[in-house]
Design a protein around this ligand. Structure first.
Ligand SMILES: Nc1ncnc2c1ncn2[C@@H]1O[C@H](COP(=O)(O)OP(=O)(O)OP(=O)(O)O)[C@@H](O)[C@H]1O
Ligand SMILES: [Mg+2]
Length: 243
């Protein structure tokens, strides 16, 4: 059984038809990336899975349960990090786990250290740079107890080197803890480096125009970026993206 199934989902905002007839499934512990033009409805898909919006038609199934309109079933990192300004970094990353009664400060501190935030554990969010705030929001999503994690461009505000460090860190964590991840990105390279499978969306009303099974073995490291095969795949996906 697949972990998540999106079945015939459509969504419009007044006259703006954003999602056509969207269908896809994600396997348990699979890592999939969604690529698509800006405004094609990627964040809308996450808002639908997260229960913040409801579709006009269609169903969303998580482990056999229809979660349309249900909040809290998944762990969701929105495109802009929504940290609570009055809570410290540590209190912020523990928030989702705390709501479910499962907080683990030792693991949280370990992850914050690994993400280069060791000196900021007791700082408030407005003392952090934008990229650091994004890392905090990202750790909070990873520490939440839900089995499906939706990450909306989590590394887009980071400079290239920090971004690569975070990608490697995410891969290492994911290989150790194996959760189901849906990852939205604008970077073909990032999608290829991280994912098992890549879904390409059309312009809105969005539907899936291509799907690629990523062939690279794990564990992966940055030498992959210079691999001939990697470049071939990058080209292949580039030409399927509508610009
Ligand atoms: N709550 C909302 N109310 C009205 N319109 C919305 C709402 N959310 C999204 N839209 C519209 O839906 C369309 C898709 O937006 P969405 O944010 O899902 O795109 P996206 O693929 O995530 O884009 P980007 O890559 O730029 O983040 C846009 O035209 C946007 O204006
Ligand atoms: Mg978006």
């Amino acid at each position: 059984m697949s972990h998540l199934t999106i079945s015939h989902v459509s969504k419009r905002f007044s006259a703006n038809e954003v999602l056509g007839d969207l269908n896809f499934s994600v396997g348990k512990e699979e890592f999939i990336s969604i690529l698509g033009p800006s405004g094609s409805g990627k964040s809308t898909i996450f808002n639908l899975i997260g229960g913040l919006l409801t579709p006009d038609s269609g169903e969303i199934w998580l482990e056999g349960i229809n979660i349309v309109g249900a909040r809290g079933a998944i762990s969701y990192m929105p495109q802009s990090p929504s940290l609570l300004p009055w809570r410290t970094v540590l209190q912020n990353v523990l928030l989702a786990a705390e709501i479910k009664g499962k907080k683990d400060p030792v693991k949280a501190i370990e992850m914050l250290n690994k993400a280069g935030l060791g000196d900021y554990i007791h700082a408030l969010p407005d003392q952090l740079s934008g990229g650091m705030q994004q890392r905090v929001a990202f750790i909070r999503a990873l520490l939440s107890p839900q089995s499906l994690i939706c990450l909306d461009e989590p590394f887009s505000a980071l400079d290239e080197l920090t971004r690569l460090e975070m990608q490697k860190w995410l891969l290492a964590i994911w290989e150790e803890y194996r959760r189901t991840i849906i990852f939205v990105t604008h970077s073909i390279e990032e999608a290829l480096f991280l994912s098992d499978r890549i879904i390409v969306l059309s312009q809105k009303p969005a539907s899936i125009i291509a799907e690629f099974q990523v062939p690279f073995n794990r564990p992966r490291d940055e030498s992959l970026f210079f691999d001939e095969e990697f470049l071939k795949w990058k080209r292949k996906i580039y030409y399927r993206l509508e610009k």
